[in-house]
Design a protein around this ligand. Structure first.
Ligand SMILES: O=c1ccn([C@H]2C[C@H](O)[C@@H](CO)O2)c(=O)[nH]1
Ligand SMILES: [Zn+2]
Length: 137
């Protein structure tokens, strides 16, 4: 599956976004090592803070379905932004741990603009699980 196809999968998830508060839909498509696509959309809540972004919905869904951290091939994300959408800070932290620092991150918008990057670029000096092992008890 190429970047364009994965962005199209993200567009399918975009249509399922539950966004009664922001009216800002986001879709994500996460490609696993077996070629399966795990879809995610943002799911909002009247209390606001329980809102889950599209990226984390896709990652948590894949983990719940048995995929393991670091095993993903790529994630594509789309939103209705002037430039390709970028993940929020919370999602960057989760993407760094579950996706890994070198996972390709394909960012797009409805106009067809595309930017390909990695978590290493989006979250430099990321706090990752190996840092916890540096604390001796
Ligand atoms: O990369 C992003 C940026 C924002 N959102 C969601 C959170 C909220 O529902 C809405 C507005 O921030 O968009 C995502 O899902 N992914
Ligand atoms: Zn987010």
């Amino acid at each position: 599956m190429d970047n364009k196809e994965l962005l199209q999968e993200a567009m399918k998830a975009y249509k399922n976004a539950y966004v009664p508060y922001s009216h800002f839909s986001v879709g994500a498509a996460l490609l696993d090592e077996n070629g399966k696509v795990h879809h995610g959309c943002n799911v909002e809540n009247a209390a606001f803070s329980p809102t889950n972004c599209a990226e984390r919905t896709a990652l948590f869904r894949a983990i719940a379905d048995g995929c393991r951290p670091g095993s993903f091939k790529a994630i594509a994300v789309v939103g209705d932004t002037d430039e390709p959408i970028v993940p929020c800070g919370v999602c960057r932290q989760v993407l760094a741990e579950l996706g890994g620092l070198d996972m390709p991150v394909i960012l797009g918008n409805l106009k067809g603009d595309v930017m390909e990057t990695t978590m290493r670029e989006l979250l430099p000096h990321a706090f990752v699980p190996s840092h916890l092992k540096e604390t001796k008890s």
